[in-house]
Design a protein around this ligand. Structure first.
Ligand code: SAM
Length: 224
């Protein structure tokens, strides 16, 4: 596809998959319009880059459906001044979207291979406000806390306590919580010492594997 084909496909994605649903934050729509999603997708599936679904990225992992990326991002209510933590870098696509909307993004990936590939694409795109690290993101990244926004792009059996503790006083945490076969997307808000949770929509994510997630990754690979 030529650059203008990619742009047209991205415009259709934004108009038909995002605007026509409930993505109303103009900054989120603009970021989704700008980030070249196809560059985060392995060459063999690149022609599906702007389709309305998740895609495999290797290591039995996925890049999420564009709508889910936009929804989770919108739920963070970013204005541009925030430090954001993403758990589950995967392809690096959501981190690149967040980078356009926040001051600084830290993203953690369990797979060293995926973390390396994501770093390469982000470097190629000259995204300078994303730092990719490799490790168990279910523990958060205490060295850069507090975060005004935290997003977890893998399914947790329950909300990891370290992620709540690393939230800033009015911070938002967005994550899928539930069983391995299906979860509810939740948004947690910190209000001083208290937390409020809203349940947004049913989803199906790959599991968060780690100390505050699931114990192993023997389960089926699911495409979300
Ligand atoms: N946000 C990604 C993107 O834009 O491509 C999609 C993420 S994919 C649905 C979920 C990712 O979470 C996988 O790459 C998986 O390896 C990663 N993951 C699972 N458990 C993790 C953990 N404890 N810490 C960090 N990453 C984890």
């Amino acid at each position: 596809m030529s650059e203008s084909d990619d742009l047209a496909a991205r415009r259709r994605m934004v108009d038909e998959q995002l605007r026509e649903r409930d993505i109303t934050d103009a900054r989120v729509l603009e970021a989704m319009m700008t980030v070249p999603r196809h560059l985060f997708i392995p060459p063999e599936s690149r022609h599906f880059a702007y389709s309305d679904g998740p895609l495999p990225i290797g290591q039995r992992q996925t890049i999420s459906q564009p709508y889910i990326v936009a929804l989770m991002t919108q739920l963070l209510e970013l204005v541009g001044t925030e430090t954001v933590l993403e758990v589950g870098t995967g392809s690096g696509y959501q981190a690149a979207v967040l980078a356009r909307l926040a001051r600084q993004v830290y993203t953690v990936e369990r797979s060293a291979e995926l973390a390396g590939l994501a770093r390469q694409v982000l470097e190629r795109l000259e995204v300078e406000n994303v730092a990719v690290s490799q490790g168990d993101g279910s523990r958060g990244l205490p060295e850069f806390a507090p975060y005004q926004g935290v997003v977890v792009t893998a399914a947790a059996p329950r909300v990891p306590r370290p992620l709540l503790d690393q939230l800033d006083l009015e911070g938002r945490l967005v994550l899928p919580v539930g069983g391995r076969d299906g979860q509810i997307l939740e948004r947690w808000r910190r209000d001083g010492k208290d937390f409020r949770v809203e349940r947004i929509v049913p989803v199906a994510f790959v599991p968060l594997i780690g100390e505050h997630g699931w114990a192993d990754d023997e389960g089926e690979c699911r495409w979300i």
